[in-house]
Design a protein around this ligand. Structure first.
Ligand code: NAD
Length: 696
């Protein structure tokens, strides 16, 4: 079967796009649509043409599988196709259901009439990829829908149901029943009444005070666009629809579109779009791998993480048996879950009844026998190998055959944990991030023996929980925390050499992090890092660590929870105030270890922190711990607050140029303070830089 079908219904030709899953306007479909149009035009008996889509909708726009391939530009391009349909001497009617977005909507706007199902979803989402619509959308939508509504849709990129747009020239009729039948009846009327082809391009954008509105829109967009140029360009393009003749407006749109294509911000957003999809693919675990049904779950430990993980399950409608050692701990855990939902109720996002229904899915228990029938159990007990051992031995004894045994450990060896059972193939790491009910990242840790179907099931579960699930191999810290350790070491060396927490934080926040590393430390609790370092000092005596944070912790300054960490805090107030005492401690510490403090530039701070991530990321990639560079970026964007418009540490390094990164690292290696060996470029990084290649 071809990508279109052609059917004669009396005097009306019905051309249907049939390119699953979403009728993406790839090169084959574009060519077929042009051919089908010509067939209808040359058929003497045909007096009008209906264009519609099969399956999930009319068309979701460009075919993302052809992005960055020559097929993207293969003739006919979208602009040519739309112009051909628009120029048709016979009236063309778009019949729209389901998704009608991007290029799909632009094609519909090139038709002479549009009929739609009331629930069809209409959008121009290009701004979400850092672009503007590039096939006439910015010129035709304001003519069809009116200036304000069109600009809102183009700047937000959000879908709007067709029924909300009824009564505008965008839709000639809404058809609640059989769409194609309705469209053919509409076409018959067009023929009968001899209605002429009605082209959107011939309409003017009407508004009582277009100039005033556009000025207001520009100011509003400026205030919210942040680092992204695309929303501003949307306003500029729509302004052209008001002020320029149609063809000039199209040329303006083209120019703005091409300008945006090359911006780092758009590259970053497109990288995220594709990176999120790529993360779901595991080369040796094909899509066809069977998954195990997950209809019930158990969670061990109702602490910080266990509570959040439980919420993820019940939010997805999966009942949870929650196990603790003592009734008090269970009560505390359930209370915390209720409190968390309370926030959603206050904000009006949930009702009390919704909360009650979710909580009803949790069965609190103290006995392992009660969890035996769960399809998956996630362990979130203390981070201690002996405790994990006792839990996994019990799970091995009680869980039904085929149950998935998952651990939420953040640092322990998943292979050792698997070895506590006689079914290591069923064991996997599910590393959630705190707060687990909020954070989008899920690191799925693949043990040496984890079976493909267990992996596929957990990846699918991540999707059900609306997480970005990224596969990590087993190593200390997995992808995210292993890189974080290198970043943390640099931030502390920077303090010893001359920087202060407020300077490091300000530099990183200017780079785009929502919070600098020292403010994050104060929020999370500096005692956590302290405990990890103490273990490292024993396990890795060869690695150089700054002891400056230990000094802080020895003073009991754990952060916000103790009203003081790297900063001072007033009780009940999260505002970080630079602490004279801490700054003095830092200066004295430098003296004590014989370091003459120097002025450290903001540029050095950003480069050292980010390139520390990049170098460790490269090692993680070459060791095969991460499957691809974009997976590392997805981890950093979704779990560690890396600025989205930079696209993650690996894409950022690509953007800077890997040769530039390596050269800078060699400069840092000359600094005898800290750990010069840390700046030895990873083999993969050195190789790619020498070959002028990139990670992505
Ligand atoms: P927590 O101290 O808040 O909670 C642990 C809970 O486990 C406690 O309620 C405790 O009573 C219970 N527990 C301990 N031993 C048990 C046993 N044998 N049987 C049943 N329940 C038992 O700890 P947490 O922060 O929720 O961390 C849990 C796990 O998640 C750890 O492995 C940790 O490394 C990991 N983790 C934590 C974070 C974080 O930010 N807190 C993030 C990712 C992963």
């Amino acid at each position: 079967m071809g990508v279109t079908s052609y059917e004669k219904r009396g005097r009306v030709a019905v051309i249907t796009m049939q390119s699953p899953p979403v009728n993406g306007l790839g090169s084959a479909l574009r060519a077929a649509l042009l051919k089908a149009l010509d067939k209808a035009l040359y058929s003497p008996g045909i007096k009008a043409i209906v264009l519609t889509g099969s399956g999930s909708g009319f068309s979701a726009g460009a075919d993302i599988r052809e992005f960055n391939t020559p097929k993207m530009q293969a003739p006919p391009n979208l602009h040519t196709l739309i112009t051909a349909w628009e120029s048709s001497a016979k009236p063309v009617i778009a019949a729209i259901h389901g998704t009608c977005m991007g290029g799909g909507l632009e094609l519909a706007l090139g038709c002479h009439y549009r009929v739609a199902r009331p629930d069809a979803q209409i959008a121009l989402p290009e701004v979400k990829l850092g672009l503007i619509p590039g096939a006439g959308g910015t010129q035709r939508l304001p003519r069809a829908l009116g200036l304000e509504a069109a600009l809102n849709m183009i700047v937000s990129g959000n879908p709007v149901p067709a029924e909300k747009l009824a009564g505008t020239p965008l839709f000639d009729e809404l058809v609640p029943g059989d769409l194609v039948e309705g469209a053919v009846a509409f076409a018959e009327r067009v023929i009968r009444e001899k209605l002429p082809p009605k082209r959107v391009r011939d309409r003017a954008v009407v508004h009582p005070n277009a100039a005033g509105f556009l000025m207001f829109a520009r100011t509003t967009v400026d205030a919210v666009a942040g680092p992204y140029p695309a929303p501003r360009k949307c306003v500029e393009a729509v302004k052209a629809a008001v002020e320029q003749p149609f063809d000039e407006g199209i040329a303006t749109e083209r120019r703005l579109f091409l300008d945006l294509m090359t911006t780092p911000e758009s590259k970053a957003l497109r990288h995220v779009f594709f990176g999120e999809r790529a993360a779901a693919r595991i080369p040796d675990v094909p899509d066809t791998t069977p998954t195990r049904p997950i209809k019930s779950a158990a969670v061990i430990g109702a602490g910080t993480m266990g509570g959040g993980i439980t919420m993820n399950f019940i939010n997805a409608g999966i009942p949870v048996t929650l196990l603790e050692m003592k009734q008090e701990a269970l009560d505390r855990g359930l209370e915390a879950i209720r409190r968390n939902y309370g926030g959603a109720v206050k904000k009006g996002r949930m009702t009390e009844a919704d909360v009650a229904a979710r909580i009803a899915l949790v069965t609190p228990v103290l006995d392992y026998a009660a969890i035996a029938q769960a399809d998956i159990v996630v362990e979130a007990v203390f981070e201690d190998m002996a405790v994990k051992q006792s839990v996994f031995e019990k799970l091995d004894a009680v869980m039904k055959p085929g149950a998935i045994l998952a651990t939420n450990t953040s640092t322990l060896d998943v292979n050792r944990i698997a070895a506590f059972t006689k079914r290591p193939g069923d064991v996997v790491g599910t590393h959630f991030f705190s707060p687990a009910n909020v954070m989008r990242l899920l690191e799925v840790v693949r043990g040496a023996q984890t079976t493909p179907d267990v992996l596929a099931t957990v990846m699918k579960l991540g999707k059900t929980m609306k997480k970005i699930a990224v596969v990590s191999g087993v190593c200390d810290g997995f992808i995210g925390n292993r890189m974080l350790e290198q970043m943390g070491r640099q931030t502390l060396f920077l303090l010893e050499e001359g920087a202060l927490p407020k300077q490091v934080d300000a530099a990183m926040e200017k780079f785009g992090f929502a919070m600098g590393p020292f403010r994050v430390g104060d929020l999370a609790g500096n005692d956590i890092g302290w405990a990890i370092r103490k273990r490292r000092y024993v396990e890795k005596p060869m690695v150089t660590y700054s002891r400056i944070a230990d000094r802080l912790c020895e003073q009991g300054r754990f952060g916000q929870k103790t009203n003081g960490g790297w900063y001072d805090y007033a009780p009940g107030d999260r505002t970080a105030r630079p602490s004279a005492a801490v700054e003095q401690m830092i200066v004295e510490y430098s003296k004590e270890i014989g370091v003459k403090r120097r002025v450290v530039s903001d540029e050095e701070i950003v480069d050292r922190v980010v390139y520390a991530l990049v170098n460790e990321g490269a090692k993680i990639l070459e060791e095969g711990i991460a499957l691809r560079a974009s997976d590392i970026d997805m981890v950093y964007l979704n779990g560690y607050g890396f600025p989205a418009h930079r696209g993650g540490p690996m894409l950022y390094a690509d953007t800077v140029g890997l040769d530039v990164v390596v050269r800078r690292m060699k400069q840092f290696a000359r600094n005898r303070h800290g750990d010069p060996t840390a700046w030895q470029p990873a083999r993969l990084l050195a190789r790619l830089a020498a070959a002028s290649k990139t990670f992505n």
